[in-house]
Ligand binder design. Structure first.
Ligand SMILES: [Zn+2]
Length: 82
């Protein structure tokens, strides 16, 4: 038996959140608090901020939107660790 057949990862299509941050706590770049769903926090509490508005002004499926949100999330985590 030298077969090296691996199980193929079955990609589930659709129903993906804007950003997969639900299993981990991320820290808000503005108020420094930790949240399981940082995207929800940004779009809810900080919807007036220009960085957040820049993200929400983009269409939902725009890759730039995801990237900008990720950048904001990383920025908050970075601030928390320093
Ligand atoms: Zn906040």
């Amino acid at each position: 038996m030298t077969s090296t057949i691996k199980d193929m990862d079955v990609q589930q299509s659709g129903n993906q959140d804007e950003i997969c941050v639900r299993d981990k706590v991320h820290y808000c770049v503005y108020c420094g608090k930790g949240f399981m769903n940082i995207a929800k926090h940004y779009f809810g509490v900080h919807s007036d901020d220009k960085d957040v508005q820049l993200i929400t002004s983009k269409p939902l499926k725009f890759p730039v939107r995801k990237l900008a949100l990720l950048k904001l999330t990383n920025c908050g985590d970075f601030q928390h660790n320093h």
